[in-house]
Design a protein around this ligand. Sequence first.
Ligand code: ATP
Ligand code: HSE
Length: 309
Amino acid sequence: MVKVYAPASIGNINVGFDLLGIAISPISGKLLGDCVSIKMSKKFKITCSGCFSDELPSDLKKNIVWKCWILFSKIIKKDISVSINLEKNMPIGSGLGSSACSIVASLVAMNILFGTPLSSKEILCLMGQLEGEISGSIHYDNVAPCYLGGLQLIIHKKDIISQSIPSFKKWFWIIAWPGTKVSTELSRSLLPNVYSRSICIEHSRNLSSFVHASYTNQSNLAANCMKDLIAEPYRKKILPKFLEAKKLAMNLGALSCGISGSGPTFFSVCQDITKANNIAMWLSKNYLDNDRGFVDICRVDTVGARKIR
Ligand SMILES: Nc1ncnc2c1ncn2[C@@H]1O[C@H](COP(=O)(O)OP(=O)(O)OP(=O)(O)O)[C@@H](O)[C@H]1O
Ligand SMILES: N[C@@H](CCO)C(=O)O
């Protein structure tokens, strides 16, 4: 039996819409991500467990794990019976890369069980393809960090999909999922098709300066560049508590705040654990809409998807 864990991720991190994503893990040791177990079996079977399994489609054929298996078995040209369990620990439509966690954990587990027939580039291409089927367009900013770990810059040119760039290991990433859903497809439909020249220039300035600051270890410059001109102006209207949370977290010492992926999760970055605790406490009291919501203080997860059994 093979069991694989795939961590949560924050897509965009404000400055890199569809181009940057970071894998994260709570400092508490909690596993914030999906696990997939797979073994050979006489009868083909997919089961689901975990605290968010009740949100998965009731038709198993609509579960992304099923789609992963169909695609994978077609590619390896083997019709073998397996038994798969998805431990769905990630809320769906949270902005933390929930579908990416299921896709990555499934494909990595299948690939290990069958002796690694697919290279890491081939498997990453499949991950992007499956993510695209769900959200309407291919974007790698969740699957790449979830699979490879760390901060990933999505290059998607010729034979390079993604490459790691240095991340600030001292940064705490405080995330707050309010307990509600936003569909990635809907959230993308709010964005304009065309941006003005001045926005393009400012966005390019911020993104290139952020990458430069990451390579030259200038954390304040990097944080100053983490501005979202592409999505936040259009998505904040569906997140009623977002602006207040941003103002309060900045007052409590955050270096930057934003929408995680397509929302509704709020994230904020800071360098000091006391400030991180204060921000987390405020978010727990004020950003959550129901008792399913949660707040976690995280660090970058530099490993990405991993075999845990
Ligand atoms: N194993 C699975 N995990 C997550 N979503 C799944 C899975 N199987 C099927 N789905 C369906 O795929 C869709 C995922 O939608 P969406 O892209 O908005 O969510 P997400 O990837 O979980 O979001 P986010 O990246 O914001 O966390 C939902 O309709 C959900 O029911
Ligand atoms: N980058 C994409 C997906 C993030 O999860 C978006 O913001 O729509």
